[in-house]
Design a binder for this molecule. Structure first.
Ligand code: URA
Length: 251
């Protein structure tokens, strides 16, 4: 039996790619290959269930993926246990054409109440950092690795991160920021599968799907360790330089 996919069906491209990959691997095996070199991040992505927008109704105009569609899917999501303890989902918010995307770990209590990322104490410090860089919160995008609050603000479990990450990946693909700022080790681990501590990683340029990524300390860490603020400011100056900008004069 053959399965026919309509050309507008977003599954068609993914299925074709999966079949092509399978036949390529079978061919390599026939040729005698016993091992294949592969990027672990890409392999992990293959293992994730693809997230597709809901199929368009018959005769309805074709709709591209959108931030609103992602937020609706996040709202309806019950794929991991975090959905059962959340008050509101927190898809992330900000500019639809940001130069910079800030990515944290996951919502805390204030974010869970308001449905907005980084609005608690750590968020207020992030606002100060963004403004010191010469931007407003509305001019950047602020999001998280997981879109629902982990109970008691614990670090999200690897399975929770893996389940939620396709939403963030779709957001990044739509927003196309020039720079991603990964706030803390969980953000780096989620996006790049790099396990090192943030003290080691911060300040070193990395790359997510060809987008420059700067790891830095999470603002919640800075609330506990204010001496890290000067390091974050060095990292943010490097971000501004990469964007061809200078920090505005201090008020
Ligand atoms: N910490 C995060 O990582 N994200 C938020 O949205 C708030 C606090």
């Amino acid at each position: 039996m053959t399965t026919k996919s309509k050309p507008s069906d977003p599954r068609a491209g993914w299925l074709a790619l999966a079949r092509e990959l399978e036949s390529h691997l079978l061919h390599l095996r026939e040729e005698g290959a016993t091992e294949v070199e592969a990027d672990p991040v890409q392999v992990r992505r293959l293992a994730e269930p693809p997230v597709f927008p809901p199929p368009a109704a018959e005769g309805a105009p074709e709709t591209a993926d959108s931030l609103a569609a992602i937020a609706r899917e996040v709202d309806a999501c019950a794929r991991c246990p975090l959905h059962s303890t959340r008050t509101r989902t927190v898809p992330g918010q900000g500019s639809t054409a940001p130069e910079i995307m800030f990515i944290g770990e996951g919502p805390g209590a204030d974010e869970d109440q308001q449905g907005l990322a980084f609005v608690g104490r750590a968020g207020q410090l992030l606002t100060k950092i963004i403004e010191a860089m010469g931007f407003t919160r509305d001019q950047v995008f602020i999001g998280n690795i997981v879109k629902c609050r982990p109970p008691g603000n614990r670090v999200p479990m690897p399975e929770e991160m893996q389940t939620c990450l396709p939403f963030l990946r779709r957001q990044i693909a739509l927003l196309k920021p020039k720079v991603i700022v990964a706030l803390g080790a969980t953000a780096v681990k989620g996006l790049l599968d790099v396990q090192s501590g943030i003290t080691r990683l911060r300040g070193q340029w990395m790359s997510y799907e060809g987008i420059d990524l700067m790891p830095t300390f999470h603002p919640a860490y800075l609330l506990r360790n204010p001496s890290g603020k000067k390091d974050v400011w060095e990292d943010m100056k490097a971000v501004l330089a990469r964007l061809g900008r200078e920090p505005p004069p201090r008020k």
